[in-house]
Design a protein around this ligand. Structure first.
Ligand SMILES: Cc1ncc(COP(=O)(O)O)c(C=O)c1O
Length: 395
């Protein structure tokens, strides 16, 4: 078992996080609190842009900018040229998804916990490409049924695309078991790791995914408006971005272009340089702590919260054989939006998860909107006690 962070370490990391003094932040799955080095990196670059010009500041930061690819690659066990920057996870996911060759009559396999944006893209692909979207049912634990996925994984499948950790609860889908099957079948595998990156240790070769999308602002504690896409190099030649520009492609003749031979083919020229640099700082920060230790600590915090909710006779809606830092609950008889607002007035941040985030799962489980309470390694027992006390009083 990997070592969890001890109380002294957590205290040090909380001191390094200005927001911890102001709020009880239990909305890390929405947008986490950045630590001082992330904030400083972003502000320093913005200041430099204002002082000497945006292009000139970018020139100065060239090496640091390149180092961000290396940091993300290190975190995922990938190569720097397999990483593309993106504005956020949905942009990264769409860049990957629409680049995968698919033809009429082929199928895309997914799972019930699919994120709303991805589901909309699936439905759009059904209209535009004539593919069939095949939602693999969940097993008794609530995770994607791997045996059923194996049965459906035949020659007609163009892509397997699943959400690792859904937006609406603690479920961790068995990504590595899915990857073992897709590799054996030679079918591309796109993993939405938006909610798992930064809270779970992810290694693309262990998982066996070919594409992986992530965001900066959630468990990685980076800035808003940042993200990335991992693309396995062996697959790159088969992947053509739907909307390349003259940064992702070389406009080398008047009547044509040549796509870049790295994941850069998925990027656009313009981006938020300060955000990207600060994302690199956030990734380094997580690597310094150790992603395995982060995972163990987050899971421990979430287990404690679920146990406290249970002791207070409050419901827990999380499913899955393996569970992570996202916890869903409710105060019976109270609208979760009102509960969230009441907690906010006490400086406790939570969020509400609705059907449009994960409609297939909502409908299957007959769910109502839920209060989402998401912990991180920063979360203390006092904070857990505070939110449970707040919920109990609202009952
Ligand atoms: C599972 C999952 N995937 C993708 C996204 C989209 O991420 P972004 O808002 O960075 O595009 C979210 C956002 O909450 C999510 O929960």
């Amino acid at each position: 078992m990997t070592n969890r962070l001890d109380a002294a370490e957590v205290e040090r990391l909380r001191t390094d996080t200005p927001g911890c003094a102001a709020v009880t932040h239990l909305n890390h799955a929405g947008s986490s609190l950045p630590p001082v080095p992330v904030l400083d990196r972003e502000i320093a670059h913005l200041r430099r842009e204002a002082e000497i010009g945006g292009y000139e500041a970018a020139d100065e930061a060239k090496a640091a900018d390149a180092a961000v690819y290396a940091s993300i690659a290190r975190m995922l066990g990938a190569r720097p040229d397999e990483i593309a920057r993106a504005e956020h996870a949905t942009a990264a996911w769409n860049a990957g998804f629409w680049s995968v060759p698919m033809s009429t009559g082929q199928r895309v396999l997914t799972a019930e916990a699919a994120y709303g944006a991805n589901a909309v893209a699936f439905l759009r692909a059904q209209e535009r490409r004539g593919v069939e979207i095949d939602v693999v049912p969940s097993d008794d634990h609530g995770q994607v049924d791997v045996a059923e996925l194996e049965r459906r994984l035949d020659d007609d499948v163009a892509l397997v695309a699943i959400t690792h950790v859904p937006t609406n609860g603690g479920l961790v889908n068995p990504a590595a078991e899915v990857g073992r099957l897709t590799r054996a079948a030679g079918v591309p595998f796109l993993l939405d790791a938006c909610q798992s990156v930064g809270q779970l240790a992810l290694a693309v070769d262990d998982i066996g995914c070919d594409l992986l999308s992530g965001t900066g602002r959630k468990y990685l504690r980076g800035p808003r408006g940042t993200g990335f896409l991992y693309v396995r190099s062996e697959l790159l030649d088969r992947l053509v971005p739907d909307h390349p520009d003259h940064h992702g492609a070389e406009w080398d003749r008047s009547d044509g272009f040549r796509l870049h031979d790295s994941a850069r083919r998925f990027e656009y020229w313009e981006y938020n340089h300060a955000g990207w640099l600060a994302l690199g700082t956030a990734v380094d920060y997580a690597l310094d702590i150790g992603v395995g230790r982060i995972e163990a600590t987050v899971k421990d915090r979430a287990d404690e919260l679920r146990a406290e909710l249970g002791s207070a006779s409050l419901p827990v809606f999380d499913i899955g054989a393996e569970q992570c830092g996202i916890v869903t609950t409710n105060v019976p008889g109270r609208a979760p939006g009102d509960v969230r607002d009441s907690l906010r007035r006490r400086s406790i941040n939570t969020s509400v998860t609705m059907a449009d985030g994960t409609r297939w799962d909502f409908e299957r489980r007959n769910l109502e909107p839920m209060l989402r309470v998401s912990v991180h390694y920063l979360t203390t027992s006092d904070e857990i006690a505070a939110v449970v006390a707040g919920l109990t009083e609202l009952r």
